[in-house]
Design a protein around this ligand. Sequence first.
Ligand SMILES: NC(=O)c1ccc[n+]([C@@H]2O[C@H](COP(=O)([O-])OP(=O)(O)OC[C@H]3O[C@@H](n4cnc5c(N)ncnc54)[C@H](OP(=O)(O)O)[C@@H]3O)[C@@H](O)[C@H]2O)c1
Length: 351
Amino acid sequence: MALPTTTKHYFWPKFGALANISSKESKLPPLKSHEVLVKIHAVSLQYRDLIVGLNKYHGDFPEELVPCSDMAGEVIAIGDEAGSQWKIGDRVCANFAADHIAGDTSPEIQKTAHGGAIHGVLTQYKAFRPYSLVQIPDHLSFEEASTLPLHIYSCAALTAYNALMGPVPVKSGDTVLVLGTGGVSIHGLQLALASGAQVIATSSSDEKLKIATKLGAHHVINYKTTPNWHEEVLKLTGGRGVDHILEVGGSDSLDKSLKAVRIAGWIHTIGFVGGGTPTEVVFPTIRKACFIRGIQIGSVAQFKDMNRLLSLHPEVTRPVIDKVFPFEEALKAYEYLESQAHVGKVVIKVA
Ligand SMILES: NC(=O)c1ccc[n+]([C@@H]2O[C@H](COP(=O)([O-])OP(=O)(O)OC[C@H]3O[C@@H](n4cnc5c(N)ncnc54)[C@H](OP(=O)(O)O)[C@@H]3O)[C@@H](O)[C@H]2O)c1
């Protein structure tokens, strides 16, 4: 098969408005001997992709940044010195940060984040170093797999996995609280269930809570109609509080998370979708003797571990895809994510 010489891709000519997103066809640089060429089939969006476009994300970006970090695709060429790990036709996802292989992140690794510090994956073809890629579990489609780095293979899934499998991993019988029904939280709900935990889910919408219940959440709370949702969490846990919280709300919810966590429990600070003013953490953290742990996606090693869990429990961990948009309608996909009408993941089908 003749290899492609060009790739159609999206890019940001300037940041500040989603409508700025543009597409063009560019020459593919010749494949380097240590690289693997991937035909991208699906890309899943995450909140970060949105705020990068809106110029609300920190960091230095390359000129005309190609967006997005989470993709699923197929190996179509292998450089002469790219080793024997991959063969043509293998189904793969790329890790969020290309050089995050194992262990903690580092300033150098942070400079390899797709769709941010380096160009991303909203493109037809892209070359990767072989070690940045992870095999997609057989039971998942490309669209499903594109959410995994956040779960198929999106950084959403891996973020939730990293949170739940941290220094004190979730164990059977624990209670996990997930906030909202976005990509990270729904993956977290599923991974917690697969690990034998009880799950409490919150949302702004009763309709979305019905979906969370269908997915297996044991208890649900509408945080709009029950603004003091931490009191409900304490009631549901007999006053004890929860073992792990996937904290995606940020300043808007952290004070309540500090009330909802059990003594010596874990708050995994992941996001800031709720905005709000910074929370006083010193006294509440001491009072709860709890742990607040910042999360930065995860490594290739964790990605592989997570995929084993997904393969073992396909029925409870199948990625929840709200909507799939064609490649030509990337802007609509971004706007849909911005509307927060979704539950789980929004995906762009590339091939
Ligand atoms: N640190 C990391 O490694 C990492 C990785 C991935 C994502 N993140 C961050 O995690 C956050 C979530 O990302 P995502 O991709 O899952 O976003 P998403 O799919 O866009 O989900 C957004 C959802 O958050 C919920 N939400 C909004 N305001 C809320 C509030 N005040 N309290 C609780 N929930 C609220 C809403 O759910 P309902 O409509 O159901 O209320 C909304 O649909 C973002 O801030 C993102 O930047 C961090």
